[in-house]
Ligand binder design. Structure first.
Ligand code: DAV
Length: 325
């Protein structure tokens, strides 16, 4: 966060932890087993032979780091230097899963070097202005270069056999190609949302609710030429409701569209942040049972309900939702 780094106020940390604990308890009451990461001291400097940073990020959003596909859990490359070591917070759990389930595959994508060659200098300079930024992102000209494969797990959506991946700031084309080579039995689709001046993660932009239905951010609509696979297979893409807030909470990295960063528990049940009344109302109209969760005061630590969760073990088979090519 430009110009601001170092420890966050302790009372905001305590409040966010309280909300995350309550959310975990809510999920447990519904019969979901919830595991929690092991935090590091995020206020320590980290370095590799190529760079050093003064502080780290945290481990509120496992969604950014861990990608579960079938029996595999894959650690993403990540694309910020301050998040390079974040996987360590999840290693105790991943080791446990690996020992408990002989079929579990624990994989880690090649750690990127993240030298200066990975980033366009001055791309984020304040003098650029939103108009220019929108042109750049529409042209798929992003802050990261194609120096080496980069992806954050939160840029990937899983639809059974198909993986839909946002090309943007945190995931480059080489990262998407790496995913396709790594999952040869899946079809990997690159998508873009031109209305987003800062495309970081797909989960406040494109939200599958159940087979056949996706919410799309009305300011970041999927371009026509990328809708074909959904249309041909009878999927409906509807505009998400407006957020209930005009601005994100203080020191938050994300936009107001965390309103649509919901956690779907099953095709009929969805967790929605409790102040997001318009989003909840839309879910209700779409026939979903809404579970209200108080999380807004934790947003600043890395995102919403979808960000702060990552599914590990799910029931069901790998479906083909898009048989018509
Ligand atoms: O709209 O700021 C937030 C996504 C966080 N995983 C946004 C994207």
């Amino acid at each position: 966060m430009r110009g601001q780094y170092g420890p966050r106020p302790q009372e905001t940390v305590d409040r966010a932890n309280e909300l995350l604990d309550n959310f975990a308890a809510q999920l447990e009451k519904r019969g979901i087993k919830v595991d929690r990461p092991t935090p590091l001291d995020f206020n320590q400097p980290t370095a590799t032979p190529d760079w050093e940073t003064e502080t780290m990020f945290g481990c509120m959003p496992p969604r950014d780091v861990l990608l579960t596909v079938g029996k595999e859990m894959l650690e993403a490359t990540m694309s910020y230097r301050c998040r390079w070591f974040e996987y360590l917070c999840y290693r105790p759990l991943l080791q446990q899963y690996y020992m408990d389930d002989p079929k579990m595959r624990h994989e880690s994508a090649p750690k990127p070097r993240l030298t200066d060659a990975d980033y366009r200098p001055d791309y984020l300079s304040e003098s650029i202005g939103d108009q220019k930024r929108l042109e750049w992102t529409a042209d798929r000209f992003f802050v990261t270069t194609e120096e080496e494969p980069l992806f954050d797990a939160a840029d990937v959506l899983r639809f059974g056999r198909d993986l839909v991946v946002q090309h943007g700031f945190t995931t480059n084309l080489k990262g998407i190609d790496w995913l396709q080579r790594h999952f040869p039995d899946h079809r990997v689709h690159a998508v873009n949302f031109p209305g987003d001046p800062y495309p970081i993660h797909i989960d406040a932009t494109f939200t599958p609710l159940r087979p056949g239905l996706i919410l799309n951010n009305p300011q970041r609509r999927l371009p026509d030429d990328q809708r074909k696979m959904f249309e041909k297979n009878g999927w409906e893409i509807v505009d998400a409701a407006q957020p209930a807030h005009n601005s994100p909470p203080p020191l938050c990295y994300s936009s107001v569209w965390l309103s649509m960063n919901v956690l779907v528990l099953d095709p009929k049940t969805v967790c929605v942040e409790k102040t997001e009344v318009y989003q909840a109302e839309q879910m209700d109209k779409l026939g979903m049972e809404v579970v209200e969760v108080d999380l807004r005061d934790a947003y600043a630590f890395g995102g919403g309900l979808h960000c702060c969760t990552a599914d590990v073990y799910r029931e069901g088979e790998c479906e083909d939702y898009f048989p018509k090519a």
